[in-house]
Design a protein around this ligand. Structure first.
Ligand SMILES: [Zn+2]
Length: 280
């Protein structure tokens, strides 16, 4: 390869390298999971028991047992939740729980209407501004509902333990099917107890889970996500046979750095490498 060609290749690769420099800011998307955490009617709260503390010399060792409903708190639904032959958590591929993220903000609409169902026009509006939702994405809806999670009456609009009385904003079936069929998304997530409207027959669960698309519910801090350019993570423990489990959901936000010390460093690298190539 001639020096001129090598020179060009180096310049191009260094320029590309610059555009791929990212900073990773982490957003914790999980609620604390405790004995008073909101649970849907009939599901058991987290319980810690059999706690022992032993002291060996100066070393204090604490350990305990725990139990919890699978579908409570910030958690992931496994395919077997809605499909007899579906995959349980122990056989869930880890890559299914990680995806490039998209956040659709519907907090304003939900604050005005507790039974708001995200219409297709809202997703189309997002796509006009940000481009098509990428294939195999995690699409996270921010209803602003995570701020109500501490209070059952605010979160599901009732103190009743009857499922029929629950009310919260949700994702329309039309949007669920659009994201499934046209955008082939991997994960749908919400800061409510379900993406499906209450008492709706769960059309999104029915379509997604048996086809190995995952659902993450009761997310926290979804309002801190940007519309795109983040990686969503929601891996559960590999509990054998489990239909779901709590996850420490989080996002890493990627930002391309175009200025600052890295950019200056790169410019000097380019100058030095150019000089080096000319000399030799
Ligand atoms: Zn669930």
């Amino acid at each position: 390869m001639s020096h001129q060609v090598m020179h060009c290749v180096l310049l191009i690769s260094l320029t590309l390298w610059q555009t791929f420099i990212v900073s990773g800011k982490i957003i914790d998307l999980s609620h604390k999971h405790g004995p008073t955490t909101f649970m849907v009617p009939g599901f058991n709260h987290y319980k810690r028991s059999n706690v022992t503390v032993t002291n060996r010399g100066n070393v204090r060792i604490e350990a305990g047992d725990y139990s919890s409903a699978e579908h409570g708190g910030t958690h992931l639904d496994a395919p077997v939740h809605f499909s007899e032959n579906g995959v349980a958590l122990d056989d869930l591929p880890i890559e299914n729980t990680i995806a490039d993220g998209v956040m659709i903000d519907v907090a304003d609409e939900a604050s005005r209407n507790i039974e708001y169902k995200v219409p297709l026009s809202k997703v189309q509006e997002w796509e006009r501004k940000n481009g098509d939702i990428p294939q195999e994405a995690a699409v996270i809806f921010n209803f602003g509902w995570h701020k109500r999670f501490h209070d059952k009456k605010l979160y599901v609009n009732t103190e009743s333990n009857d499922w029929k009385d629950l009310k919260f904003p949700s994702v329309s079936e039309e949007v669920g099917m659009y994201l499934y069929e046209k955008r082939n998304i991997k994960i749908i997530g919400t800061d409510t107890m379900s993406p499906d409207p209450p008492n709706s027959g769960n059309p999104i669960h029915v379509r997604y889970l048996p086809n190995n698309k995952l659902i993450v519910e009761n997310l926290n801090a979804t309002d801190l996500l940007p519309p795109k350019n983040f990686r969503f993570h929601a891996a559960p423990v590999r509990y054998v046979g489990a239909s779901g489990a709590q996850v420490r959901a989080y996002a890493i936000i990627y930002e391309t750095q175009r200025s600052g010390s890295n950019a200056i460093y790169l410019k000097w690298s380019l100058v030095l490498i150019s000089a080096f190539i000319r000399v030799f």
